[in-house]
Ligand binder design. Structure first.
Ligand SMILES: [Zn+2]
Length: 269
């Protein structure tokens, strides 16, 4: 791919976000870890080339525990991506965060149980993950946007079932704010490939522990996501527009692997 057509920024998100790129080209990528969820769409957003990957596949065929996260991140890096913005649907664990709230969490708790969460399958290679998200990308999303909430802890559960009331009350009691099923291992895999990564969490429902009514339903989640899709597209457009194209981001993500003996060759473009 030439520099002019190389996407430096990607969005991993729901299929409803497809339409935000103009004239997308479908790029098929194979990886040492298998196939990504779908071909990567590479298209223009204003004067910028951007990649889009539907996390759950084109037709939402992969539930959260079946998404090939390793292939997805590897495929994006191999077409040139170095910064990933990751919209996702979340349940709220705090009464103040109602459906429609947009949050950029700053911490993550991993409660998944059955996912391969690393590329470092040999040797003693341990990346730093104290701050799981790129500070520079987070700032680009929250800066001057009073309607986007800056910070919070997102607990990532294995799914595909929703939480029990007791689990949900436990998470809330620990002070965590959001619950989700895809935020891990996506974030750590981005770090292991030295890419910037930040989530944009859209609250679709109040989780079982703080909702005295019926428990969460899938229909409710999809409906709330649908109601907010245009808002999310506009936010993504604005954020991507504000990112300086050629300049190096002001963060350490790209040097996360410096001095380490990796058990693989990083895909370079
Ligand atoms: Zn970064």
């Amino acid at each position: 791919m030439s520099d002019a057509s190389r996407p430096e920024i990607a969005v991993i998100g729901g299929s409803g976000l497809y339409e935000f790129l103009s004239d997308p080209e479908q790029v098929e990528v194979s990886t040492p870890y298998g196939e990504p969820s779908a071909p990567i769409s590479v298209g223009r957003l204003g004067d910028r080339v951007v990649a889009f990957l539907p996390r759950h596949g084109r037709h939402h065929e992969f539930p959260p525990h079946r998404v090939n996260y390793r292939a997805n991140l590897w495929a994006l890096r191999s077409v040139g991506v170095r910064r990933v913005i990751a919209p996702c649907a979340v349940g709220s664990l705090q009464p103040r965060l109602g459906p429609g709230a947009l949050v950029v969490p700053d911490q993550l708790v991993d409660r998944t149980t059955g996912r391969t969460q690393t590329y470092m399958d040999a040797g003693a290679v341990h990346v730093g993950f104290a701050d799981p998200y790129c500070p520079s990308l987070r700032q680009a999303i929250v800066r001057d946007r009073p309607d986007v909430i800056d910070g919070g802890t997102m607990v990532v559960i294995e799914g595909p079932r929703f939480s029990t009331r007791a689990e949900s009350q436990w998470y809330a009691a620990l002070g965590w704010s959001l619950v989700n099923m895809t935020g891990h291992p996506e974030a750590v895999l981005a770090r292991e490939l030295a890419m910037c990564y930040a989530p944009i969490a859209l609250v679709t429902d109040r989780d079982a522990g703080i909702d005295s009514g019926d428990s969460v339903s899938q229909a409710e989640v999809f409906a709330e996501f649908g109601r907010n899709i245009e808002r999310l597209r506009t936010l993504l457009r604005d954020v991507i527009d504000s990112l300086s194209g050629g300049g190096r981001p002001d963060c350490d993500c790209a040097s996360a692997l410096d001095g380490m003996h990796l058990p693989f060759e990083l895909p370079e473009t």
